[in-house]
Design a protein around this ligand. Structure first.
Ligand SMILES: Nc1ncnc2c1ncn2[C@@H]1O[C@H](COP(=O)(O)OP(=O)(O)OP(=O)(O)O)[C@@H](O)[C@H]1O
Ligand SMILES: [Mg+2]
Length: 306
């Protein structure tokens, strides 16, 4: 009997000890959880702060870029205007040397204005502030208008420029001015990267897909082509393929980034195929109706710089 009582006593003692240990573990556990929660709160707060600082920096960058480009356009327009007047000889006849220098000023001012316009367009698109003015357009006439503008450039580079877009295609529902900008960038590239004697051909067709009828346009050239490792980055802004023969390619690397933004804003897609030394083909698609487009994209915007 005594043994039993002793055993009982011992077991009670053990149980109390275990209870105390359990309470201790529980307390430690709760403290650790509380401390971790506290740490998580501090980390979260720091993250939120960093995030809002990043957003603020991004907003400041956009505002700065936009302000700078606007501020640059005004003096550039003045420079171009005065240069044009000088070229006409209105302020007196120019010597051959003076005329050459003035023509250089005009060329550089045009390049700078194009760069400023590209930067402004990109910053607007990245901020989601570019609005499209969509109407129905015949794809072949859009291509025709671009070819007309770029014929002199092609002739100067001895590159043949052809419009092989099928006639009687369904009309594309798009902002004609913006799609002309897309075509201008693609065709200018095609001419720029094609050696004399080469060809640039624009083709276009329609396809019936489950989501509706779509127009597919393609700008193909017989130029230098793009190395396979450069293809994934080709639509990134400021990306240019380093050429081993040329020290530096003319341009800034903004054209294709703008192309991608504009096409995607229209609900279309861009893609590229290329073979080194053989040529490149840039494709993009356009819708023929407004179905599936975001209402917010259907605003108006007449601000494209000239
Ligand atoms: N048709 C093409 N053939 C070969 N390379 C091309 C072609 N189109 C684009 N590229 C390559 O992709 C790069 C990026 O093209 P993108 O139009 O964005 O810039 P860019 O023409 O160099 O300058 P920008 O268009 O701003 O004047 C080019 O620098 C060139 O290396
Ligand atoms: Mg370009």
């Amino acid at each position: 009997m005594n043994d039993l009582l002793e055993e009982n006593q011992r077991l009670r003692g053990e149980r109390d000890l275990l209870r105390r240990k359990l309470a201790e573990v529980e307390e430690n556990f709760l403290r650790t959880v509380q401390e971790s929660q506290q740490e998580i709160l501090v980390i979260n707060e720091a993250l939120a702060q960093a995030n809002s600082q990043l957003q603020e920096l991004d907003r400041m960058k956009d505002a700065f870029l936009s302000m700078v480009t606007h501020e640059l356009r005004t003096p550039l327009t003045a420079i171009s205007g005065i240069t044009e007047m000088l070229e006409t000889g209105i302020y007196g006849e120019l010597t051959r040397e003076q005329a050459e220098h003035i023509s250089q000023i005009a060329t550089q001012a045009t390049r700078l204005r194009q760069l400023v316009n590209d930067l402004l367009d990109l910053s607007k698109m990245e901020a989601g502030m570019m609005k499209l003015r969509r109407e129905m357009f015949d794809p072949r006439s859009l291509v025709e208008a671009v070819i007309e503008q770029l014929t002199t450039l092609a002739q100067r580079s001895s590159v043949l420029l052809r419009n092989h877009v099928l006639q009687d295609l369904p009309e594309a529902y798009c902002d004609g001015r913006r799609i002309e900008q897309v075509l201008t960038n693609l065709v200018t590239n095609a001419i720029k990267f094609t050696p004399p004697g080469g060809q640039v051909i624009i083709t276009g067709e329609s396809r019936v897909l489950t989501e509706g009828v779509k127009i597919f346009l393609c700008v193909a050239d017989t130029g230098q082509g793009i190395p396979p490792e450069a293809l994934p980055r080709i639509f990134d802004k400021f990306f240019q393929v380093q050429s081993s023969t040329e020290t530096r390619t003319k341009g800034t690397g903004l054209g294709l980034a703008i192309v991608k933004h504009i096409v995607e804003l229209h609900g279309g897609e861009v893609s590229v195929e290329s073979q080194l030394g053989k040529g490149s083909r840039f494709f993009f698609s356009l819708r023929t109706t407004d179905c599936g487009l975001r209402i917010a994209d259907c605003g108006f915007d007449n601000e494209r710089s000239s």
